[in-house]
Design a protein around this ligand. Structure first.
Ligand code: E4P
Length: 218
């Protein structure tokens, strides 16, 4: 399973990248706003800065909701760097835009997926990735990982090449469940990735190893 980090924070991106397990980055307008990035030029420069840190797919989202402007924005984003993936919302105009980008060889990430039908439609339009938001489904008392399983079954039934990018991951259990199901990618915050490191028995075991070494070696 590929690991993407879901943030626009350059320090977090660099820290995750330094672990040697990072495959890519996803951003969205809320994450960019959280970092105080505003204005077209600053936004584009920020994407370029992310591309300089991580050598892998970097999702950059369009703001427009009509076909013509999605195309215009997406082409500007795609021209920034070969690793840019144009993130398009799951709406009717978005599906048309995904088909357009796909025909042009521009990679896409269809975002805000909350049902298997939406994922199927995006895959048929040629999306490179679909992003089911599992944490936000959990927030409304629906098990988001059930959706990942449903999409996995459908994509496998028909051999779709569209990758399942489990998004809105909140904690390490989400990551493990998605890995068990066979999601192609997960995107989550640095905290969820680093939580995978932790087990109290590891800490206790290491403490004992070091203490025993010290006993005989001073
Ligand atoms: C997906 O690409 C989104 O950026 C993201 O995973 C949303 O997560 P959230 O529900 O934690 O905002």
């Amino acid at each position: 399973m590929k690991f993407f980090i879901d943030t626009a924070n350059l320090a977090d991106i660099a820290e995750a990248n330094s672990l040697g397990v990072l495959d890519g980055v996803t951003t969205n307008p809320s994450l960019m706003a959280k970092e105080g990035i505003s204005g077209n030029e600053n936004i584009l420069n920020h994407y370029k800065a992310i591309c300089e840190i991580v050598d892998g797919p970097i999702s950059a989202e369009v703001i427009a909701t009509d076909f013509e402007n999605m195309i215009r924005e997406g082409e500007i984003l795609a021209d920034l760097h070969p690793n840019i993936v144009v993130k398009v919302p799951m709406i009717e105009e978005g599906i048309k835009a995904i088909r357009y980008f796909s025909d042009k060889g521009i990679k896409t990430n269809c975002t805000l997926i909350f049902s298997a039908g939406q994922a199927l439609l995006a895959a048929k339009a040629g999306a490179t990735y679909v992003s089911p938001f599992i944490g936000r489904l959990d927030d409304v008392s629906v098990d988001g990982t059930d959706l990942i399983q449903q999409i996995r079954t459908i994509f496998d039934n028909y051999g779709f090449e569209t990758q399942i990018l489990a998004a809105s991951v909140r904690h390490s259990i989400h990551i493990i469940k998605c890995a068990e199901i066979g999601a192609d990618v997960m995107t989550g915050p640095l905290s969820a990735i680093k939580a995978l490191l932790k087990h109290p028995l590891t800490d206790i075991g290491l403490e004992k190893f070091l203490a025993d070494y010290k006993k005989v070696n001073g």
